[in-house]
Write a protein that binds this ligand. Sequence first.
Ligand SMILES: *Cc1c(COP(=O)(O)O)cnc(C)c1O
Length: 463
Amino acid sequence: MSDKKDEIGNWPQKDQRFVWHPFTQMKEWERETPTVIVKGEGVRLTDITGKTYLDGTSSLWVNLHGHNHPVLNQALIDQIHDISHSTLLGLANRPSIALAERLIQIAPVSEEAPRRLSKVFYSDNGSTAVEIALKMAFVFWQYQGDVQKKKKTFICFANAYHGDTLGSVSVGGIDLFHQSYRSLLFETIQAPAPTCYRCPVGLEYPSCALACADEVENILQARHETLAGLIIEPLIQAAAGMLTAPPGYLKKIRALCTQYEVLMIADEVATGFGRTGRMFACEHEGVVPDLMALSKGITGGYLPLAATLTTQAVYNAFLGEYADFKTFFHGHSYTGNPLGCAAAIANLEIFEKERTLENLQAKIRFAEKYITPWKNWPHVGEIRQVGFMIAIELVADKKNKTPYPIEQRIGTLVCREARSRGLILRPLVNVIVLMPPLSISMEDLKEMLSITGESIKKVLVRS
Ligand SMILES: *Cc1c(COP(=O)(O)O)cnc(C)c1O
């Protein structure tokens, strides 16, 4: 028998009893009543007690056009009446075909490079999209010839985050997340992170002339014969705390990869689908990678779906007779899921219909103008922004850029404060991250920024 209390009141307790949450210290989780979300409407979330919040993280960087969007809803309803799932192993389906065509149409192009992304391989999350890109790059060289067979390893970057599967952790560089798995991972070569706030080579932009890229060149020069690929988060290392690269860096990396014959993998899982103010971050520097990983925003935040895009050249390497066994031996049960693909097609339709990117530009500028004065606040070390990826790094000592001790949990304190004021945020250690849905109104954006600022001030006065 279930009484009313069981239906409404016990959800938080049942969560604590049965659910193990990601990236969460569960001992701590068990101490406080969890917020149970029951509804989303536009940029607002409602919890089980009826309290509403602004969704300041876009539900962890995935939502673009708001929750409960009529176009996305209808696309899913229509697709459900046709079919919800059928496999891509040995069969095709219309949503996955139509979406692949659309993705290739909107993929980054460059006047310089003859390179073009022309094939789409589906999976269901960002980590697998990366995993697939790594496997494709690795095997590509195995099929080229005896000399190229030595091309087996990858350049990745300090602070990088590419997901949580073992392959994507192998190319990750955030010790806090990745250290405990170290002995399970394959070897990679780590280059310094291209980040200006704490410059890895101790210089200043622009007089540095992109010296951090010279480090990458040194590695390429010395070891290109053993390198299959280089994997990079274009423009901004997101999970690391929104660390931004100097302008021109990405383009230079592209040129180096071409020069040293190493496949460039762009992980646009976080940056893709308008987040940076363009459809893809690579467009800002006219870069076309050899492989591109997409997920997060691909369905407008509705369903898990991912795609790895690559060139005809990479694709062709896998062609052969069946008995050559050059088949790309990889695929998931839900690869090319029709519901996910239908949501992704609707997502792209909304971009056109609502002129999302066009309307976004004024909001990006507004946010920039609003937060720029915060630079002068005590303990605000740096403000970083690429489009609608906004970060405020809090430091214990501004002059020396000394981080707050991690156990002081300054970011968590700010986000807790924000939540009490009706805004959901999630910090990256000492970095306060704002990732509004792209569709947010100017008014809601202003409220979001205002609550963020108030919360920071409140906590910093206390600390
Ligand atoms: C989130 C993220 C991933 C992993 O995506 P999941 O869907 O969480 O597996 C990979 N790369 C980048 C840059 C990301 O931000």
